[in-house]
Design a protein around this ligand. Structure first.
Ligand SMILES: Cc1ncc(C[n+]2csc(CCOP(=O)(O)OP(=O)(O)O)c2C)c(N)n1
Ligand SMILES: [Mg+2]
Length: 794
């Protein structure tokens, strides 16, 4: 166990408080173990699956989390708890009176306490969901950035503005690169008041972690101007080190490989004695230490690491009085205090009923009182109750009506936005103009918009907005190019008043920042309307973080642009193919792909409403760089509704028509061209524009028969029963292929399934079968099928 320098400051601890906390530490561990045991061995099972629940990972952080929740945290601090410590979190909330026994009895069952702490599915006020390792850790640094953004604009005040954002991280989470991306970004933004408490048990899921890694990590933190506080040894070991022979004992532990130390921690006292006698038996003082401790005491001494020693932990936490970001490296043992301790396979290990029985006896919990809050403690229940009521975390002022969640005021959204004019415009350019117009014409709305982009601000058309609303920075910085009178269309003034957060190229950071910005209302009581722009294909780079943001019900607008193969000459991996399917498949996200800018205008206006609705969510706009001729038309209320519902007839079909072309996005140009050709033979053919395959599909699937036909059923009912459909999208054809099931109609689906060629649009659309010829050809084929169906031939 190689050493990292300890910088723990010392403060005096109140011994009575320590007594309560030590009792709670035992109770928290017991309840977590029992919760998992109950789920695995007592609750009836119906499907033969192991329930699981991470007893070893839980035991690892029982002391750290007891210290945090019962002593250190203020009501304004926010915590991302290590995913596999969920049982400890629930046990603590149960003790605090914020979780029910019924939910604990249903741990990992439908509707009960969740396997991984969940903001949306748990009842006990989880601040940040965790589960996909690494993301919760990064979330705290972005939440701190959002807190600072709000506070520098005086949208929140103390004490909310001084709340710490704390991650309780597993050590293997630091194998995830996204943490380091977040670390760099938070350094660039000079983020303050973040703590990362690392449960350094030197084990991951499969194995014991390599020895040398954490000495490196220490340097990484320091390089980013973080303070590093290492809690390596507890008070028992520190006392032993001060004795004769203590120095040698310390060196022995420091030199002990992680895997050996873990193995001894599993085997217990006799193993420690054997090896210490063999290696240090002749060293003066060691024999006395060994003789004074029986096997059990020796085991307790040798496993007395900082992360299991309340005194050391409290000293370390309370020793921090400034806002410098701080990493606490807490040495722990996975499974500490349980028979699973230290075993390399303990991650998924669940204690046997016999082992739980033994633990129960040692916890002095009589049969039938396993869920009891105060049984078996050295403190009288009344005293403990009073102590719990007095802990800082439980003091009044904790957020809004729903426990720790605020209900932020709504931002008023205008009834209509004015669509930018121009004969030829891409949806991306239209978006840029719309935002710049909002900045000018709708200050109330604009003040709450915050934009962000991973180094593609200019190329996603946010330039006009940034020129008006400036870049956010904790400090005032002028634009050197402007000061030097160098001509540029972009003004990059930076100040705390700025409303665009510029990120480095790391899409994962974009989505975690959107998650944090999109929760600013419930987390900090002040609503923001975040918009993030990214090249559409690179959504895939941050997909898990996008999923993470949506799972937490964060509210934001994601703009994917350029999209499709229509960015033509760029080619290669800049082309996006299956993002429409992501838009349809991602829960919590509503996807649109407008063809025309007036559609986008209404969709964007609606999105600002949707972000604020109780049953709302996040929005994804897939926009194109392809300039197309705009239509001059008036948006009636009914037309707007249809745009939002997901489709409208651009060219209505004649009654009972036998063919319709269905187009989504700017490929409507080819659809119109093909439609003109087809109309010579089939004059009543229709052309349907799909603005949102996602909303159209969802409403169709979710609609009860009693509620009448869905929007798409109504639209398609204008066609004959046997009419053929030709769908076309600059994206994966499966996006629209489901349309054939709505009325069991023959269909031909055009779209992109390969990618990577540079070219111009005519060449690429020909190569991928999206041009007018391809549409006409598909129409001919589908008409034959349709005719066969009509005439009863197969
Ligand atoms: C992104 C992701 N990949 C894989 C997993 C599966 N997994 C769960 S826990 C774990 C190891 C965690 O080790 P550590 O963070 O050290 O936690 P410990 O249980 O040791 O406290 C892995 C790989 C996951 N949850 N998330
Ligand atoms: Mg670990």
């Amino acid at each position: 166990m190689s050493s990292i320098t300890s910088t723990t400051p010392r403060t005096v601890l109140d011994t009575t408080r320590l007594k309560y906390l030590q009792a709670l530490e035992r109770k928290v561990l017991w309840l977590a173990v029992w919760m998992i045991h109950h789920a695995n061995h007592i609750r009836p099972k119906r499907d033969g699956l192991k329930v699981g629940g991470h007893q070893a990972s839980s035991a690892s952080v029982a002391t750290l989390m007891t210290a945090l929740y019962f002593d250190v945290l203020s009501p304004w601090d926010r915590v991302a708890v290590k995913p596999h410590a969920s049982p400890i979190y629930h046990a603590i909330q149960y003790l605090l009176g914020r979780q029910s026994r019924a939910n604990l009895e249903r741990f990992r069952a439908f509707g009960g306490a969740q396997a991984y702490p969940s903001r949306t599915k748990d009842a006990d006020d989880v601040d940040f969901s965790t589960g996909s390792v690494g993301l919760g850790v990064a979330m705290t640094s972005f939440a701190a950035l959002v807190r600072d953004y709000l506070s520098l604009k005086q949208l929140v005040a103390a004490p909310i503005s001084s709340g710490r954002m704390i991650a309780l991280a597993g050590d293997a989470e630091f194998d995830e690169g996204n943490i380091f991306e977040a670390l760099i970004e938070s350094w660039k933004h000079d983020v303050r008041n973040v703590w990362w408490v690392i449960d350094y048990n030197r084990q991951s899921l499969d194995a014991v972690i390599t020895d040398r890694f954490f000495t490196r990590l220490d340097n990484v933190f320091r390089g980013m101007d973080w303070r590093v506080v290492t809690m390596k040894y507890g008070t028992l070991l520190q006392r032993a080190f001060r004795r004769r022979g203590g120095e040698a004992l310390r060196d022995w532990i420091d030199a002990c490989p992680n895997s050996m130390y873990s193995a001894f921690a599993y085997k217990g006292g006799a193993a420690w004695r054997d090896h210490l006698t063999r290696d240090l038996g002749d060293t003066s003082g060691i024999r006395e230490i060994l003789d004074e401790h029986d096997d059990e005491q020796l085991h307790r001494l040798m496993t007395n690491l900082g992360g299991h020693d309340l005194e050391s932990i409290l000293e370390a936490f309370h020793g921090i009085t400034d806002d410098q970001p701080t990493a606490f490296i807490a040495y722990t043992i996975k499974g500490f205090g349980l028979p699973l301790a230290g075993h390399k396979d303990n991650h998924a290990g669940v204690m046997t009923p016999e082992q739980v029985e033994t633990l129960k006896r040692s916890m002095r919990v009589p049969g039938g009182q396993e869920w009891d809050l105060f049984t078996g403690l050295d403190v009288a229940p009344d005293e403990m109750r009073a102590f719990i009521e007095s802990v800082p975390f439980m003091q009044p002022g904790r957020s809004g009506a729903d426990g720790r969640r605020y209900r932020a005021e709504r931002v008023v959204v205008p009834a209509a936005l004015e669509a930018p004019t121009g004969e030829t415009l891409s949806t991306q350019a239209g978006f840029g103009r719309l935002l710049a117009d909002i900045a000018r014409a709708h200050p109330g709305l604009a003040d709450r918009i915050v934009t962000t982009s991973p180094d593609v601000t200019v190329s996603t058309n946010l330039g006009g907005w940034v020129n008006r609303r400036a870049i956010f920075d904790a400090h005032d910085r002028s634009d050197a190019f402007r000061d030097e009178r160098i001509t540029s269309p972009q003004s990059w003034t930076m100040s705390p008043r700025g409303q665009h957060i510029e990120l480095g190229i790391a899409e994962s950071n974009l989505f975690i920042l959107l998650a944090a910005l999109g929760l600013s209302g419930p987390l900090f009581g002040s609503r923001l309307l975040p918009i993030g722009t990214v090249y559409d294909p690179f959504i895939a780079r941050g997909l898990d973080a996008l999923n993470y943001a949506c799972y937490q019900d964060a509210r934001f607008i994601l703009v994917g642009t350029p999209s499709g193969v229509a960015l033509a000459p760029e080619g290669g991996a800049h082309q996006s193919v299956y993002t429409p399917l992501i838009g349809m498949g991602q829960p919590g996200l509503t996807a649109f792909e407008p063809a025309y800018v007036d559609e986008l205008c209404e969709i964007l206006r609606w999105s600002f409403e949707h972000l604020q609705a109780d049953e709302g969510g996040a929005v994804y706009l897939r926009l194109s760089t392809r300039p197309i001729a705009q239509r001059s038309r008036t948006l009636t209320d009914d037309f707007r509704r249809q745009i939002l519902d997901g489709a409208y007839w651009l060219v209505p079909p004649g009654p009972g028509a036998e063919l319709a072309i269905v187009a989504s996005g700017p490929v409507v140009v080819e659809a119109l061209e093909a439609h003109r050709e087809i109309a010579e033979d089939i004059p009543d053919a229709g052309l349907l524009v799909v603005t949102s395959p996602d909303r159209l599909h969802r409403e169709w699937r979710g609609r009860a028969a009693a509620d009448g036909p869905s929007h798409i059923e109504q639209l398609l009912s204008r066609l004959s029963d046997t009419a053929g459909l030709v769908t076309v999208i600059d994206g994966h054809p499966a996006t629209l292929s489901w349309l054939s099931s709505v009325r069991c109609q023959p269909i031909a689906t055009l779209g992109v399934e390969r990618f990577g060629q540079s070219g111009d649009i005519p060449d690429l659309y020909r190569a991928y079968g999206l041009d007018a010829d391809a549409i006409v050809g598909a129409a001919a084929r589908v008409c034959v099928t349709s005719w066969r169906k009509r005439s009863g031939r197969s």
